[in-house]
Design a protein around this ligand. Structure first.
Ligand code: SF4
Length: 81
């Protein structure tokens, strides 16, 4: 885990990145912004785990979502039960 990363837990839920593979065009801009959370496969498509985005990386995650040219990258908030 990077020094920028925290626990990923926030009161009321957690944030998770996911990608819509149909809309993604695999140029990797999201990985450039957030390599701690987004890897690339051999074809340049993002590989995103299901771990929550740590609070310290949320601003970068939102920036990655906003700069995705095809809006394929999504940031979901999940409530804790
Ligand atoms: S920035 Fe968007 S289109 Fe580009 S690789 Fe990431 S998810 Fe796919």
């Amino acid at each position: 885990m990077s020094a920028r990363a925290g626990t990923g837990l926030r009161r009321g839920g957690s944030h998770h990145l996911r990608v819509n593979p149909i809309d993604c065009v695999a140029h990797g801009m999201c990985h450039e912004l957030l390599p701690e959370q987004i890897a690339l496969d051999e074809w340049g498509y993002p590989v995103i785990g299901d771990d929550p985005v740590p609070p310290g990386l949320l601003a970068l995650a939102r920036q990655a979502v906003q700069t995705c040219p095809t809006r394929a990258l999504l940031l979901e908030r999940r409530r804790t039960e």
